[in-house]
Structure formats: structure tokens, C-alpha cells
Design a protein around this ligand. Sequence first.
Ligand code: GDP
Ligand code: ZN
Length: 359
Amino acid sequence: MLSMNINDLGWDKHFSEHFESLGRSDFLPARVLLETARVYSVFCSSGELSAKISGKLVHKASGREDFPVVGDWVAIKPNSTEQKATIHRILPRRSAFIRKEAGKRTEPQVVAANIDTVFMVCGLDGDFNPNRIERYLAVAWESGAKPVVVLNKTDICADVDDAVATVESLVPGIPVLPMSAIKNIGVDTLCAHIRFGETVAFLGSSGVGKSSLVNALLGMERQRVRTVRGDDSRGRHTTVHGQLFVLPEGGVLIDTPGLRELQLWSDNEGLARAFDDIKELSSQCRFKNCRHDTEPGCAVRQALEDGTLTDRRWQSYMKLKNELSHLEGRRNTKSKLVEKKRKKDLSAHIKRVHKRPRT
Ligand code: GDP
Ligand code: ZN
């Protein structure tokens, strides 16, 4: 049984400063381990508690991103009687992974918060797909987390060096770590990228070996966050069934189903960072608003011709850009509808106020 404190879970200066600035001595800092139907499992200095959000927090929320998610640091007030608490604030997120909701609605959904490093896992088998790496990279940049590319299944790849070189040229400046989760080769280099108090997560398609890597990191057995209750005279231990794990070597791992299959919900900034070579080229075009089509003096078309920019990368960029503007359009339509409803609500409210009998 491990005894944890909030520093093990990544509590640091950044969050404690935000917490102090609330100026509330009745609040305690806590990290969200799990959410089920707006009932949260949180970890604080007195162990694991079940928590609900305060009515004020619900009232002030303007969208789903205003509700706590796994990884969030929150300010809670423990109930004096049971092992329960109320969440009063969400401390500003350092990073947030946002997912486009399934189906037609496009309200962004935060799936996890405060991840420092994200390992984008690809399998060096049939799955190996540079386009997908670019996609995930755009999502990672947008989240605010630092991306690291993991090329798993080196044991069944004929030319690992070639694959590493391909990815390195695709994502200059980002660490590329070849490894085999099954043979336990190279997993130690992964550990070297996780510092004490840092929060990490694995991203990537199904079947690339994320579970195998998680198990390798956790020493085969999933070690959930546990604590010894300080005030428990019966000496019972609390075991947390969360989606947040403290690694044996230090560091925190977030593993949620939502993160595992992240759809694209990116903005132009994430895209620009994932394709900064194209951004750089565009800035060299003769015309500022060059569409890289038939304009003279187009640096992008020049690069495509002389091969410094591959056709595949250009196509991948255009595809992502189109998806984004499509999403953008849907989002705008939606915010117009919200605005319309707000005006309607307001005029209904005004009518009610006017009808109210004078006292
Ligand atoms: P996940 O869906 O990303 O969590 O992937 P899993 O960890 O479940 O792995 C999917 C499949 O790939 C399983 O059959 C694993 O045994 C296999 N696998 C995982 N890592 C490796 C590896 O390093 N080498 C090989 N050859 N297979 C692996
Ligand atoms: Zn151009």
C-alpha cells in the first residue's frame, strides 16, 4: 500500500499560486481522478473523496468545458461528516485535450486536463501512417501538452532506422522513441521522459500497443492511486478506481477511454505548428493572400516542384485545413443559434419583469 500526497500527483507552484490567490482558507486543493455522471472522485491531503460540484459552479458554467474532468486541479470543501466534498472551483488548466463530439453536435468536449507530455504511439506494422502522426501532432500542440512520438513494435519492423528518419523529418525537433513494449526494449527511454510530478498520457489508434506500454510502465500491474486514511481509526485503506495512476518511478499517467480515440478538434494554431514548414513557405509567397494555386511567385508550388515539400504532406495539410474550416462553419452556425436563443430568453425575461405586479 502506497502513501501518497498531492505532490506525487503533480501539485506544483503553478497550481498552488492559483489556489492561494483564491484566498480561501476553507478550501482544499484536490485532483480529479474520475468522473461518472458529474460525480467525481478526487484526491486531496486527506485521501480520496467523492465530490459533487457546487450549485454556483453549475450555474456559472456556459458549456461543457466549464465542468471538471480527469486531471483537473480543483478547490474543494470537504463535508465534515462523510468522506464527501463539494467542488467550488476549477484551477486554470495548463493544458486540455478537447474532442469533437460524436454525431452532429460540435460542442467541444474536454476529455482530460493538465497533461504535460503526450506520447503519440504508432505501431511499426501495417498501421504505420505518417498522415495520422501529423493529425495527432496538431491535436497535441493545440492541447498545450508537449508531444513525443513513440514508434512501437520495433521487433517486427525490418528497417527501424528508416522509420525513425521518416518521422524525424516529418516532425523536426520532437523526440522520436523507437521501442518494443512486448520485448521491453526501449521502454526505459520512455521513463526518462517522465519527470516526478509530471503528467503524461498515451494517444494513438487502437492496436498500436498503448495498453502494453501502460502495463510496462506500471510494472505489469496497474497501480492505482492509493492512500492511507489519516483519520481512519479502523485503519481501512482507500483504493481509488480512477483513470489517473501514479507511476512507480514517479510521475502521473492519465488513461481515459476518451483520450484513446481522440477525434480531430483542432484550431488553426495547432495546424500551423504541426505544419510550420508550410507556414514558413507561405510567408515567402509573393502575394500575402496567395492561395498557392495559380498565383505567380508561389513558394509552396515551387517547393512542391523541386521536392522540398512532398505532395503527401501538402495533401495532408489541405485535408486537415478543409476539415477545420468545415468545423469552423458548423461552430459559427451553432454560436449564432445560441445567440438567438439568448436574445429570446432575454426578451421573455423582460416581458416577465414588466408583467410582474408592483408591490
Ligand atoms: P492498444 O489498443 O493501443 O492499447 O494496443 P494493445 O496494447 O492492446 O496491443 C495491441 C496488439 O499489439 C496486442 O496484440 C499486443 O500484444 C501487440 N503489441 C503491443 N506491443 C507490441 C510490440 O512491441 N511488438 C509486437 N510485435 N506486438 C505488440
Ligand atoms: Zn503561394
